[in-house]
Design a protein around this ligand. Structure first.
Ligand SMILES: Cc1cc2nc3c(=O)[nH]c(=O)nc-3n(C[C@H](O)[C@H](O)[C@H](O)COP(=O)(O)O)c2cc1C
Length: 221
């Protein structure tokens, strides 16, 4: 698979088949993502890939917290506000997704069920949790982002599907306990992955993008 082809075919998949991914395939994907560039080759990523019983335990605890309406508290806080243009895109995404699912604006129960899928880890057999030393700066988050994209594109080439989701790190202390992640590491982000159920109605929506001329300035070109 060519890189541009993978960039164009990747999309967030929100329903998975339960089939686990072979450990050697996971290792191959991580080997590829490990080629990500980083500040002075610091390679800040610490990577925990969960599956099987530990992930199922975590899933159960997440769903319990969701039922109890315990507020998600990722280590990188969820922004309270967004600049207007960004807020508008967030609203458009929500409206587009719910319309594609045939869920009415005021159908709170159906919306709640859709949100709950996050806390069930979208039924995925695996979640990769990306961590880094707490003393690092935002520069290292840039590096983790590069690693994450490499991971998702390599997974795409392997016929797998992925979804990066902040809700996967909604309850970092549960993850830390279950996966025995040391205190000095911040649990930054999660990506669920596996073989997607591509027939599911939840996987039919394609997100739009801005036209590049809205944000691109070619200067001296
Ligand atoms: C930092 C980040 C956090 C995200 N958190 C969630 C999430 O909690 N739940 C979810 O369903 N999708 C989440 N997403 C997926 C985005 O909604 C998705 O990437 C975006 O709408 C573009 O769609 P695409 O990935 O299908 O191209 C997140 C993506 C990123 C990069």
């Amino acid at each position: 698979m060519k890189v541009i082809e993978a960039l164009k075919s990747r999309k967030s998949i929100r329903v998975y088949k339960p089939d686990p991914v072979a450990p050697e395939v996971i290792r191959e994907i991580v080997e590829a993502a490990n080629r990500a560039p980083s500040w002075a080759n610091t390679q800040p990523w610490e990577v925990y890939v969960a599956g099987g019983a530990p992930l199922d335990n975590l899933r159960k605890r997440y769903l319990e917290n969701f039922q109890k309406e315990i507020a998600p508290a990722p280590e990188i806080t969820i922004p309270a506000e967004w600049p207007e243009a960004h807020r508008e895109r967030i609203n458009q995404l929500g409206a587009g997704r719910f319309a594609a699912l045939g869920i009415a604006r005021d159908d709170r129960e159906a919306r709640r069920k859709t949100t709950e899928m996050n806390f069930n880890f979208f039924g995925a057999p695996h979640v990769v949790f990306l961590c880094m030393d707490r003393n690092l700066t935002s520069w290292s988050l840039f590096d983790l982002g590069s690693f994450a994209m490499g991971f998702m594109l390599a997974a795409e080439e392997k016929g797998l599907n992925t979804i990066p989701a902040v809700m996967l790190v909604a309850y970092p202390e549960l993850i830390r306990k279950e996966l025995k992640i040391p205190e000095h590491l911040a649990i930054v982000m999660g990506i669920a992955f596996g073989y997607g159920d591509l027939e599911s109605i939840h996987n039919q929506f394609d997100t739009p993008r801005r036209k590049i001329d809205e944000f691109l300035k070619l200067v001296g070109i």
